[in-house]
Ligand binder design. Structure first.
Ligand code: CA
Length: 226
């Protein structure tokens, strides 16, 4: 049984979601404030979190950062703001998926299933080795020359995506769609920035590439430079 923490200040919406998801077999815990939600996440280690962006005590994006500082739990953001800018900001802050209000319980459950499927698929994968680089999607640990790399969740996801396709060129559009889950639009700048951070942590740069090679006009690929 999958466990869900719902952080939503609107009592009516929270109780409706909780009741329907409990009927579907989820173990549900509801919180009305950001701080209560964070405590539940830490205390219960849920499989997935549903987070309303408009909370009384703290901005949802701020809470998301705090959640990301302690756990990689999948987070589905519920937002009343459908502007691209806000959605990009949300996903960059570490959300795995989002729903624009008002949404149906069926839509919510479909997102929950998709996110849970992705996280279990990742957890069952074995480590990928490319040269001296080792990436373990299961434990979410990456190391270079046996030294653990300190990566943000998105940098890690990006590295896994590239490592799973080592030697194959991947476009930024593809990364935007697959790693950031933004198949439509989205800023490639986001991808560029994360690539440059990842390069830095791998001890390389665009000018002096090692593992991450730029294929001009096409995209990037992960290669074994050893
Ligand atoms: Ca709200």
């Amino acid at each position: 049984m999958a466990s869900v923490v719902i952080i939503e200040d609107d009592q009516r919406i929270r109780e409706l979601m909780a009741r329907v998801l409990a009927d579907k077999g989820y173990e549900v815990s509801g919180a009305a404030t950001a701080l209560d939600g964070l405590q539940r996440i830490v205390g219960l280690s849920p499989d997935v979190v549903v987070l309303d962006m408009g909370l009384p005590d703290l901005d949802g994006a701020e809470l998301l950062k705090m959640i990301r500082a302690v756990t990689d739990v999948p987070v589905i953001v519920a937002t009343a703001r459908s502007e691209d800018r806000d959605v990009i900001r949300t996903l960059n802050a570490g959300a795995d998926d989002y729903l624009v209000k008002p949404f149906s319980v069926e839509q919510l459950e479909a997102r929950l299933r998709a996110v849970l499927r992705r996280s279990t698929a990742e957890a069952s994968t074995t480590a990928i080795v490319v040269g001296d680089l080792r990436v373990d999607p299961g434990s979410r640990v990456a190391s270079l020359n046996d030294a653990t790399l300190q990566l943000s969740p998105k940098e890690f996801d990006l590295l896994v995506y590239l490592a799973e396709r080592a030697g194959v060129v991947v476009s930024k559009k593809q990364l935007m769609a697959e790693v950031w889950r933004q198949p439509y639009g989205g800023s490639e700048k986001t991808v560029d920035v994360h690539i440059s951070w990842l390069r830095k942590k791998l001890g390389e740069s665009a000018a002096e590439p090692g593992y991450i090679e730029t294929v001009f006009g096409v995209g990037i690929k992960l290669v074994d430079p050893t």
